[in-house]
Design a protein around this ligand. Sequence first.
Ligand SMILES: NC(=O)c1ccc[n+]([C@@H]2O[C@H](COP(=O)([O-])OP(=O)(O)OC[C@H]3O[C@@H](n4cnc5c(N)ncnc54)[C@H](O)[C@@H]3O)[C@@H](O)[C@H]2O)c1
Length: 328
Amino acid sequence: MQITILGGGGFLGRKLAQRLAQEGTLGGQPVTGLTLFDLQAPASLPAPFPVRCLGGNIADPEAVKAAIPAGTDVVVHLAAVVSAQAEADFDLGLTVNLHGTLAVLQACRALPAPPRVVFTSSVASFSGGQDARLEDDARQLPGNSYGAEKAIGELLLQDASRKGFLDAVNIRLPTVIIRPGRPNKAASSFVSAILREPLLGLETELPVPEDFAVWICSPRRAVEWFLHAMTMDTGPLGLDRGINPPGRSATVGKMLSALAEVAGPAARARVRHAPDPAIEAIVGTWPASFTAERARRLFGFSEQESLEEIVQAFIEDDLAATRAERGL
Ligand SMILES: NC(=O)c1ccc[n+]([C@@H]2O[C@H](COP(=O)([O-])OP(=O)(O)OC[C@H]3O[C@@H](n4cnc5c(N)ncnc54)[C@H](O)[C@@H]3O)[C@@H](O)[C@H]2O)c1
């Protein structure tokens, strides 16, 4: 299996690459090569197969073609400008999130055989807000530019699948917690920060009330979902290539209780309330819950761990590296 990860230097791309390197196989077949593509060529990693690391812009069709050579079986398209950044810089969001996805479509279309494309869409492509519990056929009605660009990308890849140019699975990811490293420019960055920063011994701010609910998943589950989507039988998907995976709806208060349970009340006390209407205006439109029946019943996407396990997993997987990266 020849695999390309676009956005392979980012949070989830790196984790997926590490998992592939550990396993050496995908869907029972040996991985024969991995290309990691990002704005800056990602650092390589030890693997039982060749790893190619390329730097380039996802909106540059030639750069994307170089990252998806003939013989590519699977493309995981994660390269994106995230929510608050795409909202602040409309042109950048359009270039990366829309023209980038078009470049991926065209590069895949030029291959002799249609590859599987796993595209990460987002909960931000829906609206409905705190009271919503969305069914699988809920309409995508984005309340922000990032979500609109993701929804357009889904439609393009869905149509390209119908045409036989590629074979897409569009996963509408929940907010993935706990993101390692530093806070990022996602409007949802605080959802990770309120858990990660206290675990690092740092104070942090909570921009929404504690009863604010978020549709979340763990990085471990996100990687499981990618691996599943990379090889699953797409026949039963039919025209509808979108998957609402089984995340978990959790209030911020419940997340902070899990933090206190795992790391003690002193960790929880490092979170200060600091309402931020700009952040709440973006994340407040995102639905707090999905039924996710189709992903569970028909397609076998795995369920979430408990919040306590998610906090514990961050401590096991990412805390030491985050400390080192931030010089703490
Ligand atoms: N992490 C989440 O909570 C979450 C939730 C919903 C959807 N998603 C989507 O999942 C994907 C992966 O998320 P992540 O958290 O790993 O994001 P990330 O920001 O860590 O990784 C994205 C990568 O894309 C790269 N990139 C940005 N612009 C680029 C360009 N012009 N050319 C090439 N590369 C470019 C970035 O350098 C980065 O390494 C993204 O598409 C994101 O929109 C993430």
